[in-house]
Design a protein around this ligand. Structure first.
Ligand code: ADP
Ligand code: MG
Length: 343
């Protein structure tokens, strides 16, 4: 296990700043979820930690030791990438044991360690199969086993589940978390799936255009996103901006939002109430319901408020009695307003 730390990492490709001054600590034994839109620098950051990318400036430390002079293979890092390739002609056990063979681990110990790690990923019976005889989820487990069999200090996972279909992905998320807990290895996990990051991580970091916008425990970042990008990236947030007055926030259409703490606020889609009749709530807006989308347990209402799209999420009974579309009232509790900085 190890603490990984980056200090002022910068990497440019021509005019693109793939990493723009990234200073971040990945705690010992923790599960750190890195997320951000495509092209935000997630893969570049992992590759810089692994040693495949040489930063223009800044440093990487593993347990307080700088690693710039440590080659990739000596950094003791295990990796699973999105397009991990297993050796097609080797058995599962052969694939998993390959890294140990390269490291000249004696055959008897190799066999023992391969068996141990195959048990851990619940493939104990399948060591003799070839990759083409496995399902997608099973191949994924082989890739995990291969990454951890060498007992690396750090595990880097770059969107390892994105090739799997939804139900398998959810199953593998639970597996991944279990394996990481059992091995206790410092893990940095890249995903563009916010739900996946929130589910798995002890800490998350959000990248945008090579910059670290925000990091912290998932719940803390979700409850207090602080900036509009984070608010809208994690979950569904409705933003309102206006001019602060002694009585509240004056929106462009003249509506006063009493108690609004800042010039820009966010209200989570799950915190918006929709009613046909004017509510008694002190915070209320007239809006137009554009569409109701049924999606199983939870449904979505797409709304329009003076040309701004809004979204409400709730159970079917929350939206009972509403028309398919038409004028409605929106309201929310003042406790559900999230203060945001400008942006
Ligand atoms: N080898 C490279 N050559 C040129 N540009 C690159 C290279 N690697 C990454 N980039 C650019 O750096 C930015 C960040 O890329 P990447 O780290 O792959 O993002 P992410 O993994 O978040 O999708 C993107 O604009 C990408 O086009
Ligand atoms: Mg990537």
């Amino acid at each position: 296990m190890a603490v990984v730390r980056t200090e002022g990492l910068v990497k440019t490709y021509g005019a693109t700043r793939a990493l723009d001054d990234i200073t971040l600590t990945f705690p010992d034994g923790g599960f750190f979820g890195l997320l951000g839109p495509s092209g935000s620098g997630k893969t570049t950051l992992l590759r810089a930690i692994a040693g495949f990318v040489i930063p223009d400036s800044g440093r990487v430390f593993i347990d307080d030791a700088p690693v710039e002079n440590v080659p990739v293979e000596a950094r003791e890092i295990g990796m699973v990438f999105q397009n991990y390739a297993l050796f097609p002609n080797m058995t599962v056990a052969g694939n998993v044991g390959f890294g140990l063979e390269v490291r000249k681990v004696p055959a008897a110990e190799r066999k023992r360690r391969v068996a141990e790690v195959l048990d851990l990923v619940q493939l104990g019976e399948l060591g003799d199969r070839k990759p083409h005889e496995l399902s997608g989820g099973q191949r994924q487990r082989v890739a995990m086993a291969r990454a951890i069999v060498t007992r690396p200090r750090v595990l880097l996972l770059d969107e390892p589940l994105s090739a799997l279909d939804k139900s398998l992905r959810v199953e593998m998320q639970i597996e991944l978390k279990r394996i990481q807990r059992e091995v206790g290895i410092t893990t940095i996990f890249v995903t563009h799936d916010q739900e996946e990051a929130l589910t798995l991580s002890d800490q998350i970091g959000i990248l945008r255009d090579g910059r670290l916008v925000r990091h912290g425990p998932p719940r803390e970042v979700y409850d207090n996103p602080r900036d509009p990008f984070t608010a809208q990236f994690l979950g569904e947030a409705n933003l309102f901006s206006g001019t602060p007055e002694p009585g509240g926030l004056r929106l462009a259409d003249g509506t006063l939002i009493p108690g609004a703490p800042t010039a820009t606020i966010a209200v989570r889609a799950e915190d918006l109430r929709i009613t046909l009749d004017e509510p008694a709530a002190p915070i209320r807006l007239r809006a137009r319901l554009r569409q109701r989308i049924f999606a199983g347990a939870m449904g979505t209402c797409v709304l329009d408020w003076r040309g701004n799209p809004l979204k409400a999420i709730g159970r079917d009974q929350d939206f009972a009695g509403l028309p398919a579309q038409g004028d409605v009232w929106l309201s929310w509790d003042s406790a559900d307003m999230i203060p945001l900085s400008e942006g």
